[in-house]
Design a protein around this ligand. Structure first.
Ligand code: ADP
Ligand SMILES: N[C@@H](CCOP(=O)(O)O)C(=O)O
Length: 303
């Protein structure tokens, strides 16, 4: 039996993969979506406001609603009739985890309205199952930078130290790239050489993030599992990379499945890196919004 009639959940954006950590690591960023679910007697109502609100589905196919019903189905209850009010701060299909915010927001809201039948671990595992990979839903749920690995008991989640002087700068272009489309270009098998390359660089990334050691971070952002295949989907990638590095970034990676590009830099170079990325994209005719976004340590919050 539900004890509350409405709930508001705020969920952060994420940047997944971080180069060599394809499908296993991601960090939450201080940019948020917020959603309120209110029990009603008049059938499903969905209202969206904020950035790109007109693009959000307002029927039962809406991902927030899909996640909401997923939890009720899981606990073998009929989902109640609800009004859903969405405030969007994260642009859709840009590699900043908008789908993860919808999945986590819908599941967390359903769990609260259903009287907390599931533990946090159960909710998180449902989120991973819905998204199909853990690297955006886990940091969206827990905050910080998180590594997820399967174990015989489900998932082991590890918090990854992110040195405070490593500044994420995201360059968000004005075109979309859906995650499903960006996954279609990936090979299903990779060579042993590429697997070894990524294992080494991922280890280096974890140590680089913890220590802020410049030469480790510069080398660590390389990847052979997804970025080489996806770069062709992002016009201007090489120009933005060159400009960011010349302005003082350690390097750039594709944020999530793209097309947003993430640069890592230090506090002194943040503004120069941001301007360089904006200008580089402008020169190939692409408008972008470039922002330095600190790591979000809270994750999903019930307000
Ligand atoms: N707040 C939201 N409410 C409903 N659906 C959403 C919301 N945010 C994202 N989505 C759905 O997720 C899709 C984008 O997911 P995806 O292609 O994985 O890109 P992203 O990198 O932004 O997660 C949108 O086109 C939309 O269908
Ligand atoms: N590992 C996934 C991450 C997708 O993240 P998103 O923020 O783009 O949804 C992938 O690279 O496909």
């Amino acid at each position: 039996m539900s004890v509350v009639s409405n709930v508001t959940v705020k969920v952060p954006a994420t940047t997944a993969n971080l180069g060599p950590g394809f499908d296993c690591i991601g960090a939450a960023l201080q940019l948020h979506n917020e959603v309120t679910f209110t029990l009603n007697n008049s059938g499903l109502i969905i209202q969206a406001s904020g950035i790109e609100a007109e693009k959000v589905q307002t029927d039962k196919s809406n991902l927030l609603y899909q996640a909401f019903t997923k939890l009720y189905n899981y606990i073998e209850q009929t989902p109640p009739s609800v009004k859903i009010e969405i405030k969007l701060g994260i642009p859709l299909a840009r590699g900043l985890g908008s789908s993860a915010t919808a999945i986590v927001g819908g599941l967390v809201a359903a769990n609260v309205l259903a009287g907390l039948p599931l533990s946090d671990v159960q909710v998180m595992e449902l989120a991973i199952a819905m998204e199909g990979h853990p690297d955006n839903v886990v940091p969206a749920f827990l905050g910080g930078c998180r590594l997820a690995a399967t174990s015989s008991n489900g998932w082991e989640i590890c918090d990854i130290t992110w040195h405070r002087n490593i500044i994420p700068v995201v360059a968000i272009p004005d075109f979309e790239l859906s995650t499903s489309e960006a996954r279609l270009v990936l090979p299903t098998e990779v060579s042993r050489g590429d697997a070894i390359f990524n294992t080494a660089h991922f280890g280096l990334l974890l140590r680089g993030l913890a220590t802020n050691r410049e030469e480790w971070l510069k080398a660590a952002l390389q990847d052979k599992l997804h970025q080489p295949y996806r770069q062709a989907l992002i016009p201007g990638y090489d120009a933005v990379e060159k400009a960011a590095v010349a302005a003082g970034a350690y390097g750039i990676v594709i944020s999530g499945a793209g097309p947003t590009l993430l640069a890592l830099t230090d506090p002194l170079h943040t503004q120069m890196v941001a301007s360089a990325m904006t200008n580089a994209w402008k020169q190939v005719g692409i408008k972008s919004t470039v922002r330095s976004l600190p790591i979000d340590v809270q994750g999903a919050v019930v307000l």
